[in-house]
Design a binder for this molecule. Structure first.
Ligand SMILES: [Zn+2]
Length: 313
């Protein structure tokens, strides 16, 4: 516990740390500081909690200064640590999408769903014990909800498409949008010079491509200077980046429509999707395909499952 936590500042009062979930720089946690208060956007898992605490202490504050804990949606790489964080941060209020709140107040369905995917052993390894949250400490943020975070305006917008229980958070002061998984996935170690590549996240079980594209357009109406992705960190949402993302959504949706009900759907979709993403990375000049394949394998695997589920409905 003597090493410092790697903290990157992305804008005024916005720091990002690696949650430690799955692999290095896979899932981010954002720490917003406003005067002597902290808001935590995304929680990682229970195992991320000591890292969050260290980062806050290194910034001269403590868990008692945490005012809000804000998972963008209730998938467990975003909200798995919420209960444990709420237990440790006694003055904090949880802000969550109205369709997700009941799953954090009583996580039994969330746990059962994830156990069905991972099996109990892997589940415990990734998430430990999911702690329920007292409903008295929960705010449900409807579309356009405004939170006054100690004088700093945070606006919540409903952004279905990746999941129906997903909102994005707009920080007016820095023109930053915290996009969870709505604005896709883009890793900084796959950048080439100043170019980034972003790919969609189509995780089970509520992928909806039309809603997702609408949500991306809604995000862009705010003219954000940066989008703060959970996987991983902040990027500038240029038109080129938006096009990559929307092209990717259309490509994988068509892939699902074409192959989801065929034999070997899983391996065909996985391979074609991986090839498409590698191609996209090659186009920005990132040509280490072996590195990319390894970096993207879990995302492509989860995307494949989500696409097959979407077509099976
Ligand atoms: Zn998700």
């Amino acid at each position: 516990m003597t090493n410092r936590v790697d903290v990157t500042n992305v804008a005024k009062g916005i720091n990002v740390i690696d949650s430690g979930y799955y692999s290095k720089d896979f899932a981010a946690i954002y720490l917003l500081r406003q005067r002597n208060k902290v808001a935590i956007i995304e929680t990682g898992s229970n195992f991320s909690v000591p890292l969050v605490e260290k980062a806050i202490i290194e910034d001269g504050l403590s868990f008692s200064d945490v005012a809000y804990i804000i998972p963008t949606h209730v998938h467990l790489d975003h909200a798995g640590g919420a209960g444990e964080l709420m237990r440790r941060c006694q003055n904090a209020t949880l802000v969550v999408h109205p369709s997700g709140s009941r799953h954090l107040i009583d996580p039994s369905k969330l746990v059962a769903g994830a156990m069905a995917v991972y099996g109990e052993k892997k589940f415990r390894e990734y998430y430990g014990e999911i702690i329920p949250i007292d409903s008295d400490r929960v705010i449900e943020a409807e579309d356009n909800f405004i939170l006054d975070f100690d004088g700093r305006v945070l606006k919540f917008i409903d952004t279905p498409g990746h999941a129906r229980h997903h909102f994005c958070v707009w920080d007016k002061e820095t023109k930053s949008m915290f996009t969870g998984d709505t604005f896709g996935i883009s890793y900084r170690d796959l950048d080439h010079q100043n170019d980034v590549y972003v790919l969609p996240s189509t995780s089970p079980v509520q992928f909806d491509p039309e809603a997702l594209i609408q949500s991306i357009n809604r995000i862009m109406e705010f003219k954000p200077e940066r989008v703060c992705l959970t996987h991983f960190s902040a990027i500038k949402p240029t038109q080129r980046v938006v096009n990559q993302l929307i092209d990717g959504i259309n490509f994988v949706s068509n892939l699902a429509k074409k192959y989801a009900t065929t034999n070997e759907a899983e391996s065909i979709i996985y391979n074609e999707m991986m090839e498409y993403f590698l191609n996209g990375l090659n186009k920005i000049g990132f040509s280490n395909d072996d590195f990319s394949k390894n970096r993207l394998k879990l995302d492509v695997q989860i995307n494949t499952q989500g696409l097959i589920y979407w077509q099976s409905k």
